[in-house]
Design a protein around this ligand. Structure first.
Ligand code: SF4
Length: 358
């Protein structure tokens, strides 16, 4: 069942130099319980897309067009009070830096318990050991919420969760804080968790553990996850489907297997060639030349053209729409199954069915 549908989303920011079209005509679908990756370099518009879904685009930024529907209902039509209820409830978000999201003056357990109280029907009758009651604010009144908070900490593999729940955020390591944030976001039992670069600040081992946990939690809670990252290795680790974003637009979309087996858009191919792999020496990495363009009034049709090794004159004149590529182009009549013939698409004039290629 489709959980989130983003159609033709356009989010822009007026600046003294002109309008920044940070998200430009973007479509995105997320089915219940799946993990979808949104990958691209910084400045590609990934975070603005997430902020648009959450309804937290900072002024003077605005959603200038398109629609965002959750369970079929448009979020853009809702009053702010209802959006706020959805935020942190049906849709939760985990950011890169948990210190900015955790309250330094409350224990980690209290913050998760508060989320439980706000979003889950809990009774207040569970009795707690006296030494824990002494340590937590409001424990006598909120015993069950506290128990659930401890369970959540346990589910994200915080060691000794009963005692660690009474710690303040600064007493946690970076990896534990990120786990605590994930526990807090899941305490609301969201249908969708948006995780924006959730492991970027962590070392590789902790990063791998947290990604494993995200996948286990998605299984256990049947929460859909939109995983936003600049790191293709992260996407390869956990995602069912992947959207590659460049300069405000989605340029390729496929199931994760198909994307890594047979990347089609020159930008995706460049990203993969520049991503370190365990089985290849790092001196074989080929960084993509140039930078993400300034998004103010981009003068050329394919936003990737100035960096693209395959660009032709037409790429500066004709905007590329999505075309079926890979197996989707090779077997256009293959019936829809677990793998769909329409799911692998790329926005490139030099890809797709032979008769359409530049
Ligand atoms: S449309 Fe042209 S410039 Fe753009 S990615 Fe394809 S080949 Fe490169």
């Amino acid at each position: 069942m489709t959980l989130l549908e983003v159609d033709g989303l356009h989010t822009r920011f007026p600046t003294p130099r002109g309008t920044v079209d940070a998200v430009n005509e973007v479509d995105l679908r997320i089915e219940s319980g799946e993990i979808v990756g949104l990958v691209g370099e910084s400045g590609s518009g990934k975070s603005v897309l997430a902020e648009s879904v959450m309804g937290i685009v900072e002024e003077p930024g605005e959603i200038a067009g398109g629609d965002i529907r959750l369970h079929g209902e448009s979020l853009l039509d809702l009053p702010e009070s209802e959006r706020r209820e959805i935020r942190g409830g049906t849709v939760s978000m985990v950011f890169q830096d948990p210190m900015n999201s955790l309250n330094p003056t409350l224990t980690v357990g209290e913050q998760i318990a508060e989320m439980v109280r706000l979003h889950q029907p809990v009774g207040e009758s569970v009795s707690l050991p006296a030494e824990i009651k002494r340590k937590i604010v409001g424990a006598a009144k909120n015993g069950e919420a506290w128990r659930k908070a401890i369970e959540m900490l346990e589910s994200v593999e915080i060691p000794e969760p009963e005692s660690r729940a009474t710690d303040y955020p600064h007493e946690f390591s970076g990896g534990m804080r990120q786990r605590a944030m994930i526990a807090m976001a899941l305490a609301a039992e969201p249908d969708l968790l948006i995780a924006d670069e959730p492991t970027t600040a962590l070392d590789v081992t902790i990063q791998a553990q947290i990604l494993d946990e995200l996948r286990d939690l998605q299984d256990a809670f049947d929460t859909a996850i939109l995983l936003i990252t600049h790191d293709l290795a992260v996407v390869a680790e956990v995602c069912d489907r992947v959207n590659v974003m460049y300069a405000g637009e989605i340029v390729e979309r496929a199931e994760a297997d198909a994307l890594f087996r047979d990347p089609q858009h020159p930008y995706t191919q460049g990203l993969i060639a520049s991503t370190p792999r365990l089985d290849a020496p790092t001196d074989e990495l080929e960084p993509i030349e140039g930078n993400v363009p300034d998004l103010i009034d981009i003068p050329y049709a394919c936003h990737f053209a100035p960096r693209c090794p395959e660009a032709k004159r037409e790429c500066y004149e004709v905007h590329p729409d999505f075309r079926p590529v890979g197996d989707s182009a090779r077997y256009p009549n293959r019936p829809r199954g677990g793998e769909s013939n329409e799911d692998h698409v790329a926005a490139c004039l030099r890809r797709g069915p032979e008769e359409e290629r530049l």
